[in-house]
Design a protein around this ligand. Structure first.
Ligand code: ZN
Length: 533
């Protein structure tokens, strides 16, 4: 038994940075020498993310081969209006309406291992393999890992520390204000030991169990880039760099150097016959301005803000992830800063607030025109460069949960939902934001060397991994296998098979859900990622 297919996820990885770090600097070693080898000896392509290139919908599409209109995960949080308040629940694996690759491969006799993927908790009730989920508080790890005894076994790894492994939800809540230099430095520093933990777990399971499909997600790339983008974007390393800038760049490079070493060790441990695939859920770029979308919709009469309470309660409300709106008067609004979408409130029965269903098309068309009209007063350029209806980008049985309109901002930033003027404001410093184009690479026997393919789609990854495992690709997947990635000999020996459609996912129910305090801590973490302003 040996690992046949190794998948390495790198949340938010982008060629802008990876190309820079795989080039030899000043005649010396590149920061990522192993990845540099992968580029030279393997195949690469840009990977187009989901319409909202956000971590939750994008990873779920990558793991299922289906768009959000089918899988139903659109955001970190599902918000519901009830009376005067907005209630929210966090999406988890049970919200995913379609089968994951872990289940597809497992029910066809392959052993799988998925480490640190979001929305894999709670784990399915039956699986041929292992899941240690990402994106949950460390206290929930034991009950959300599969099988039952895996958590106890991991404790035998020297230096295993679940508090370091899981996302630290207990960090001090940051205010909505900009972070200090010290905050940003400790944020970057914090991800170095955390990734080491996931590496150790991956190494342990590979060594002990040799699953057919071994998958591990390193999410520090995304976390680091949100706060350290000015120090890693090769386009921003010119002129006189401050001491702090140089220190942050060195610290960030040490993160990538460490990651490259982890990747090399995992690939080596998998043996000479392994095919290795790398992908990110979205790319990264610089966000230079804040766009306060609800403040704009208020100017146009769609949104009506409520008055903030006095004192601390008001401050908390103002810093909240959700807009504080008057539901009697608001007809269209943006729910969360991470959704980059507009929800139109439609009355389901007479007497309910919201618009009359028969006015839906009229209101939505007017809204689109108003969003197109938001322009840079200096250049006349549109601030919102693309506006899609949900029928266009989220077709499928889960379309009803999607925002009515999906937007793309000119700098690819995420909107702000706060009630502050002006509507569009230049940021005091550049922050990292998600670019729709991530990365996709393959390396190993049977993979073409030194080849660059045209852009692929995030849903292609599941099909590709199934093909590498020698399994048929289910007929209802949207993603296609990029056959040009594989050599002609390999394709001749392994003809692509299209198989039975996917089954409905196996929804486990062993995990525990987060309590209110943990939810609040998660919100604070989302602020750290720059989803507030
Ligand atoms: Zn991401």
């Amino acid at each position: 038994m040996s690992v046949r297919t190794l998948f390495i996820g790198m949340d938010g990885a982008t060629f802008t940075v990876l190309d820079d770090l795989t080039r030899a600097a000043n005649g010396g070693e590149p920061v990522m020498p192993f990845l540099s080898r992968v580029f030279a000896e393997g195949t690469r392509a840009k990977l187009r993310s989901t319409p909202n290139p956000l971590t939750p919908p994008a990873w779920v599409s990558l793991m299922t081969g289906r768009g959000p209109g089918h899988h139903g995960v659109y955001d970190f949080i599902r918000a519901e209006e009830r009376g005067d308040e907005v209630y929210f629940t966090l999406y988890d694996s049970r919200d995913c309406r379609v089968e994951t690759i872990w289940s597809m491969a497992s029910r066809q006799g392959k052993r799988v291992c998925a480490l640190n993927f979001p929305f894999t908790a709670p784990p399915p009730s039956e699986l041929n393999g292992f899941i240690v989920p990402g994106f949950i508080p460390w206290r929930h790890l034991r009950r959300n890992s599969y099988p039952d005894d895996i958590y106890e076994r991991l404790k035998s790894i020297p230096e295993f520390d679940p508090q370091e492994l899981a996302w630290d939800f207990e960090r001090e809540k940051q205010s909505g204000d900009e972070l200090s230099d010290e905050d940003r430095e400790s944020w970057v520093r914090y991800h170095l030991p955390r990734e080491r933990q996931w590496f150790k777990v991956a190494q342990y399971i590979m060594h002990e169990e040799q699953p057919d499909l071994m998958a591990v997600l390193f999410d520090g790339v995304d976390k680091l880039q949100h706060q350290a983008w000015p120090y890693v974007d090769p386009n921003l390393q010119h002129g006189e760099l401050s001491g702090f800038h140089q220190r942050m760049r060195e610290l960030s490079l040490s993160y990538y150097r460490q990651l490259d070493g982890f990747i090399e060790q995992l690939v080596t441990a998998a043996g000479p016959n392994v095919q290795v695939f790398f992908a990110s859920d979205h790319g990264f770029t610089a966000s230079t301005e804040v766009v306060r979308i609800n403040a704009y919709l208020a100017e146009k009469g769609y949104v009506h803000f409520r008055e903030l309470p006095e004192g601390d309660a008001g401050k908390r409300r103002d810093n909240s992830y959700f807009a504080f709106l008057d539901w009697n008067k608001t007809i269209a609004y943006c729910r969360t800063p991470s959704c980059n979408g507009i929800t139109i409130r439609v009355a389901r029965k007479p007497g309910e607030t919201g618009i009359d269903p028969k006015d839906y098309d009229k209101v939505r068309n007017r809204l689109i025109r108003d969003l197109e009209d938001l322009k840079d007063p200096q250049t006349g350029e549109r601030i919102i460069t693309e506006i899609y209806t949900r029928e266009e980008v989220f077709p499928g049985s889960a379309m009803g949960d999607a925002p009515d309109l999906q937007m793309v901002l000119r700098d690819f930033g995420f909107v702000s939902v706060r009630n502050i003027q002006p509507v569009v404001q230049k940021r005091n410093y550049v922050i990292g934001t998600h670019h729709p184009d991530g990365v996709f690479m393959a390396w190993g026997p049977g993979i073409e060397a030194g080849k660059v393919l045209g852009k692929r789609h995030i849903t292609d990854v599941t099909s590709t991994l199934l093909y590498s495992l020698g399994l048929p690709v289910p007929s209802d997947l949207e993603g296609k296998v990029p056959t040009a990635m594989f050599t002609a000999e390999y394709q001749a020996k392994h003809p692509l098979k299209i198989g039975e459609p996917t089954r409905s996912g196996d929804k486990g129910d062993r995990g525990e859900t987060m309590d209110d305090e943990e939810k609040q801590q998660l919100m604070a973490q989302l602020q750290m990622l720059g989803y507030m302003e």
